[in-house]
Design a protein around this ligand. Structure first.
Ligand SMILES: NC(=O)c1ccc[n+]([C@@H]2O[C@H](COP(=O)([O-])OP(=O)(O)OC[C@H]3O[C@@H](n4cnc5c(N)ncnc54)[C@H](OP(=O)(O)O)[C@@H]3O)[C@@H](O)[C@H]2O)c1
Length: 340
């Protein structure tokens, strides 16, 4: 390993400990992998959860956490055709899913699967692009996965449909991506969020944004849907029982794709499935998003990184504070750290 290629990581040595900076290996690339030099890393709830508890039984510690990276390609595997050294990309790191530290985000150099990465426009900041991956992957798996809502894939020129996709918790990271994807699939999108995030979400394509703090939220959402057929519901965050109550009162699909394990107690006929935000690395949704949709959608700005990046630090040593900032709570913001 040359001096220039020493890789530093923010290690999670064991649950319950703060991150510790140390050297990490740079293994050889497999055929369909790329290596990127991370310029920006975004934080997700699963990061601070995995710092606190060993939630994933297969994940060995010391581990390198993190899912969201953007940076420049420094090496490509022998079978990679979509990328070359120097390309600016965004990608979903799957290290905690495959128990492979080299594929974690919280380090200077990360290995990505080539079908889980996309080029980004020259004028898009790495910090902005980094907000995308896990929120996008989770939204896409919920909307398009065959065992989830199995909706029509996103298109660069969608035909308008009369059916509605309900996104509960639209200002969350998963929610902002779900609104844009549902819109790119041609559906009308109705969502819930705080009133102060209404304009942001309408800008992403939501037709109606209902204030989740309203005591009449269930009736408000039903009224906004206005008798249209539901194509499906994605529960990103917020009160899932209110979400179920809306689905029960509407016509159309009774399926809810949920980001957290859904309660067994549900109104009769309402089905709920738990989304895996990493399953797209193994099914058709990964290439659907990263190869067929995202590159052009980002280039034309039909799809934008959202919620907006909130850069809270520079350098691996600021990742600990970044995780704490996310744990303290955000409203329509993605916590990001840049790397020098
Ligand atoms: N299954 C998976 O693979 C997977 C993957 C990723 C995430 N997740 C889970 O998905 C959930 C969302 O993650 P995230 O990163 O998208 O969250 P996030 O961005 O941290 O969520 C913050 C948002 O939650 C919204 N919120 C809080 N209470 C709400 C309510 N009662 N109704 C509607 N919105 C409400 C806030 O909206 P306002 O500020 O507008 O009030 C805020 O904008 C988390 O539980 C996470 O652990 C699961």
């Amino acid at each position: 390993m040359s001096e220039a290629m020493i890789n530093q990581a923010a290690w999670q040595c064991a649950p319950g400990h703060p991150l510790r900076i140390g050297v990490a290996d740079l293994p050889q690339l497999a055929t369909s992998e790329i290596r990127i030099r991370n310029a920006a890393i975004a934080i997700n709830p699963i990061d601070w959860i995995l710092q606190e508890i060993a939630l994933l039984p297969w994940l060995e510690y010391p581990a390198i956490l993190g899912s969201d990276v953007a940076g420049e390609v420094t090496a490509v595997g022998s079978g990679v055709e979509r990328f070359k050294v120097g390309d600016r990309v965004v990608g979903q790191a799957v290290g905690t899913t495959v128990n492979e530290p080299a594929q974690g985000a919280f380090q200077q150099h990360t290995i990505l699967l080539d079908h889980m990465a996309a080029p980004i426009p020259d004028d898009m900041a790495f910090a902005d692009a980094a907000v995308l991956p896990l929120g996008l992957g989770t939204a896409a798996s919920g909307l398009y996965g065959r065992t989830q809502l199995a909706l029509t894939p996103p298109s660069h020129s969608p035909s308008a449909r009369s059916e509605v996709v309900l996104v509960w918790g639209g200002s969350s990271s998963v929610g902002c991506n779900a609104i844009q994807l549902a819109t790119a699939s041609g559906y009308r999108c109705v969502t819930t969020a705080s009133a102060h995030n209404s304009d942001l979400l309408k800008g992403l394509g939501a037709s109606e944004v209902l204030d989740h703090s309203s005591p009449t939220i269930v009736d408000d959402v039903v009224e906004a849907i206005g008798g249209a057929r539901l194509a499906g519901t994605l529960h990103a965050t917020g009160g899932i029982n209110d979400c179920f109550a809306v689905v029960e009162k509407c016509v159309g699909s009774r399926r809810v794709a949920a980001t957290l394990p859904p309660p067994q107690e549900r109104p009769a006929g309402v089905e709920a499935t738990l989304i895996s935000g990493t399953i797209l690395k193994d099914d058709e949704v990964g290439p659907m998003i990263y190869r067929d949709f995202l590159p052009q959608a980002l280039a034309t700005r039909r799809f934008v990184p959202a919620p907006p990046a909130k850069v809270v630090g520079k350098g691996l040593e600021t990742l600990q504070a970044a995780m704490e900032a996310l744990k303290a709570g955000v409203s329509a913001a993605k916590i990001v750290v840049t790397l020098p």
